[in-house]
Design a protein around this ligand. Sequence first.
Ligand code: ATP
Ligand code: ZN
Ligand code: MG
Length: 501
Amino acid sequence: MMRFELQARLTLSSDISGFSSEFERFIAEANQSILRKGAEKLAVIERFTIENETLCLWITSEGTLRPHNTLLQIKNALSKELGTSHHIGVRDITITTYTISFDLPRPPRKKVSIPFADVTIQDNQATMVLSDVSEEFLRGNYIDRMMNRVREKVENQYYEGKAEFWKLIWKSEEKPPVWNKDPTEEMERLGWLKQGPTKGKWFYRPQAAAILKTMETIAIQEVLKPLGFQEVIESHIKPFDIWLKTGHMEGMPYEFYYVAEPRTRDAADWERFIDLTKITKEVPTEELQKNLSAPIAGLCYAQCPMIYWSFKGKTIAEKSLPVLVYDKTAISARYESGGRHGIERVDEFHRIEPVYIGTREQLLTVRERLLERYKHVFNDIFDLEWQMAWVTPWYMQQAGKIGDESTQDTGTIDFEAYMPYRGTRQDSEWLEFQNLSILGDKYITAFNIKAQKSELWSGCSGIGLQRWTTAFLAQKGLDPTHWPERFRKYLQDLPEGIQFL
Ligand code: ATP
Ligand code: ZN
Ligand code: MG
């Protein structure tokens, strides 16, 4: 059940007190014509009042036609009628109150509120009351999005605290670990790594850098090159409009590092800032804020959004399908806050992200081949104890077909490694060191990407170099002589590094 009740105030260009009967006729006519489709009443103007220049209308509907959309139609019809007969125009419209009642799939567990409206909920019946709404607001299609947001918030209450969907799909055999220390702590102790200079960032000295770079080389030589992936280089700074399209902006605004531009590049505008800095030898943060624009972008969170953006509005030639590209240049930044640990959960990490675009069949094949190459790396080169699980965050399951377990066409596979320093295999949390997704046409549609004939799907895989590194070192230790032979083909000995006194 849906019910819309709208009260609008139209301000006209002159006094209309004498036109009562004309309005009566106009409204009766509107109810019979523009507010009707055959026998069906789409919306009804229930009544009206006139006072000087002001016309008030009460419009209701059961939802087929939203009264606020009707209102704009009524305004146009009225302007036309009054314009020709009396040279009177409609100056302004406001909605004094707008009450919208609609059903929810289930009752909320606690109070729900949203901007622009007061929300009350009785069992399964939600009611939003808006007051003093402008015409621009109505044109923006906000009303339906507000209803959706209320529904979504109620549904989310049922998922809060629930673990995401997780189902084991493959598991390696057990591998006896070489040691059970936390590799980050040991590398810090040995001076291979230095924490900082800011939260969740690290300085990788030659030994640690060599291991990380080896991970990158292996990913490219053993996985991406053999499958024909081509390298691209994207910008590190992501404007908000890209994240608006992918949903990241609403998805994780609390994890971004934001980018602000100087308000001007004119040194004269920065004079006071420079003076203060020179005199106090501190950064005058208040003065700085005056010289900056509001953030317009964020640092890279994942590489795929900008790769999709690069294809925006394009028609891809059939012979270029499947598109197989990867970026390894942009560095991911995430504000992990309390979750930070060692180099495995950091605020700044190095990731290679392959992205694939093609038909459903092509992508299922790409996934098979990627899995085969990844298995080769983790089994034959790293000799790792690891597993793969089918995972679907609940917000994805909700959002539609992605993660449909019955077909497993779309969705995400997490790759997880046993971390001996964390405890037993059974009781400790394994580390997600990478993932692989097929996301159907979600981003293809968002960025309007087309092919000559084929229906396109897309997907991506996040290869986290810090995660590969810690997973490997946590099981194999820091002594290269204990490392698997196949890995040593890529990194025989560590660089000497620098001695400190
Ligand atoms: P998590 O659940 O561990 O936070 P996520 O779901 O946020 O991971 P994705 O956004 O799927 O991770 O990113 C894919 C890959 O990027 C991960 O598998 C991992 O290799 C890497 N990654 C993500 N966050 C971090 C981090 N904070 N530090 C290091 N690597 C990370
Ligand atoms: Zn991605
Ligand atoms: Mg995360």
